[in-house]
Design a protein around this ligand. Structure first.
Ligand code: NAD
Length: 260
């Protein structure tokens, strides 16, 4: 058991990749906090996850763009479980549009969820990790932390930014035993991606099948979506890797779409 009794906060874990990471962590003995904007779905997810592992999951209401809600959520976790060992800052959304039509309000919303969210959750967890003498912070980046695609100005900008923030945390946190990493998935079939398929088809003037085959999977080595399980495995690697050897690094998990 690589995460026995480790307290792991996963934001955006009521759905998709975050839920998969929470599930994988529980299978390795972790106690997982489902922190999500969608409170009812977060509670439902925690109930499902706790079925096979009583007491292993709790739900916390958290809008990651709100400093008050983030601080209150982390305080609730520390009150209940006494510590924070792993933070997976994963909550995210997607809004696609060409730059000249990209609403400034959407740009700000995207940067707030992806970048303010990573900053605020890290800031709230670090003092607890420092006091304990260690911890792991993991950001869900994307292939778009390294690569650009049309229509995704805010997403690409935010996901690139996460690499910088993780590197700073790696340098500041090292003296306290805190590590920081970024996971960079290719396309994973979740609600976030399902929503984009018709939107991209409309914007690019192609069929939905072409969006999947050419835009999303055209550069992979096997025409396959990256799976939630693929991403969760990397999240487990970073959470359970106890030395500083990998700190500050990002890892692309994309079926060969992007190689470095
Ligand atoms: P998803 O839509 O299935 O899940 C996202 C979750 O985040 C939802 O439960 C939602 O309620 C929550 N959320 C949204 N805004 C929030 C906020 N302000 N505060 C707290 N929670 C909030 O999406 P997903 O595909 O699982 O995406 C998870 C992460 O993975 C995102 O950061 C996304 O950018 C990233 N990612 C996804 C893919 C992909 O192909 N699906 C690829 C690379 C990276």
């Amino acid at each position: 058991m690589k995460l026995k009794d480790k307290v792991c906060i996963v934001t955006g874990a009521a759905s998709g990749i975050g839920y998969g990471i929470a599930k994988r962590y529980i299978s390795e003995g972790a106690k997982v906090v489902i922190a999500d904007l969608a409170v009812d779905k977060a509670q439902q997810a925690a109930d499902e996850l706790a079925k096979g592992a009583p007491g292993a999951a709790m739900a916390v209401a958290m809008d990651v763009t709100s400093e008050d809600q983030v601080n209150a959520g982390v305080a609730e976790v520390v009150k209940a479980w006494g510590r924070v060992d792993v933070l997976v800052s994963n909550a995210g959304i997607q809004i696609v549009n060409p730059l000249e039509e990209y609403a400034f309000s959407d740009w700000k919303k995207m940067l707030a969820i992806h970048l303010d969210g990573a900053f605020l959750t890290s800031k709230a967890c670090l003092p607890h990790m420092y006091a304990q003498g260690g911890g792991a912070i993991i950001f869900t980046g994307s292939v778009h932390s390294k690569e650009a695609s049309p229509l995704k100005s805010a997403y690409v900008t935010a996901k690139h930014g996460l690499l910088g923030l993780a590197r700073v945390i790696a340098k500041e946190g090292a003296a306290h035993g805190v590590r920081a990493n970024v996971i960079c998935p290719g396309f994973v079939r979740t609600p976030l991606v399902d929503k984009q398929i018709p939107e991209q088809a409309k914007e690019l003037g192609i069929s939905e099948q072409e969006v999947v085959k050419k835009v999303m999977l055209g550069q992979t080595v096997d025409g396959e979506f990256t799976t939630i399980e693929d991403v969760a495995e990397v999240a487990l690697l970073f959470a359970g890797f106890e030395t500083n050897a990998l700190t500050g690094q990002s890892l692309v998990v994309s079926h060969g779409w992007y190689m470095e």
